[in-house]
Design a protein around this ligand. Structure first.
Ligand SMILES: [Zn+2]
Length: 268
């Protein structure tokens, strides 16, 4: 949405404050602290040379492990700019019962680790796979709340078993809400599509023939204030996609593709 939330302190600023509270007496510069400072400077210059050094990126692993047992909470309606919608949903599963929430959390965790190794600062909308929610309006607002350059919302689809492949959903124009992110999010969608293709994944053979679909009915997209896309990485009901989604190696491959897309978007 266009309206900006600026009530939350910058996480970077919070980190600085917690390390060096203002007004703390300056420590005496002993040989040991001088060595520590020199070492810190070397570490900082190494970190600065990493391709995503200091860039903040938000990830949204879709759904949550506790949603299925808290239906009253997740069925509560929230406003998403042009309609009211359920706070969240349970998500889908493979035909053998592997749940979407576990898939999205695993992929997001791999994306986070890979981005951090490249120097990025990464925040996720949920830090465990056992909680409830958060609601889609808060997921959407999350990227701006943590001052991220972009947000990727990670999902798996539950379509007819003959369908397979990934597609990226990007926000369409919802006046007063997505005006500020339509262009950037489209560029992000193109980058994510190319990143997933670069690791050999195929665009979906259904729903969005070129791998990108415009949506104006998704809270995660409507309520965003930084470039945001939602990606259905595969069809969990399709046996080939499900086999990939249920293995660690397969999920790491999705993660590599998403990181390649994020890097393409950032030009790093
Ligand atoms: Zn989903």
């Amino acid at each position: 949405m266009t309206r900006r939330w600026r009530s939350v302190a910058s996480p970077l600023l919070t980190a600085v404050i917690s390390v060096a509270p203002w007004g703390a007496p300056a420590p005496a510069l002993t040989a040991t602290t001088a060595h520590t400072i020199a070492h810190a400077a070397v570490t900082a210059s190494t970190a600065a040379s990493l391709p995503l050094s200091g860039l903040i990126i938000a990830l949204d692993p879709g759904h949550n492990g506790g949603n299925a047992t808290h239906l009253a909470t997740i069925h509560r309606l929230v406003f998403i700019g042009n309609r009211w919608k359920a706070c969240d949903t349970v998500g889908t599963t493979t035909r053998t019962g592997f749940p979407e929430h576990r898939f999205t959390f695993s992929v997001a965790s791999r994306v986070k680790a890979r981005l951090q190794a490249l120097g990025a600062i990464v925040y996720m909308t949920r830090s465990t796979d056992t909680g409830v929610g958060p609601c889609i309006n808060l997921r959407g607002a999350f990227g701006a709340k943590v001052h991220a350059r972009l947000m990727v919302s990670i999902h798996g689809d539950g379509a007819d078993s003959a369908f397979h492949g990934f597609f990226v959903m990007r926000p369409g124009l919802v006046r007063g809400y997505t005006d500020d992110i339509v262009v950037g999010s489209y560029r992000l969608a193109v980058s994510i599509r190319s990143g997933l293709k670069s690791v050999g994944l195929s665009v979906a053979n259904y729903y969005a023939t070129n791998g990108i679909k415009t949506r104006t009915d998704l809270g995660t997209l409507n309520m965003a204030d930084v470039p945001t896309v939602m990606v259905e990485l595969g069809n969990m009901k399709n046996s080939t996609d499900a086999a990939r989604m249920m293995t660690w190696l397969g999920r790491d491959r999705y993660a590599r593709g998403l990181v390649a897309g994020i890097r393409a978007f950032l030009g790093r």
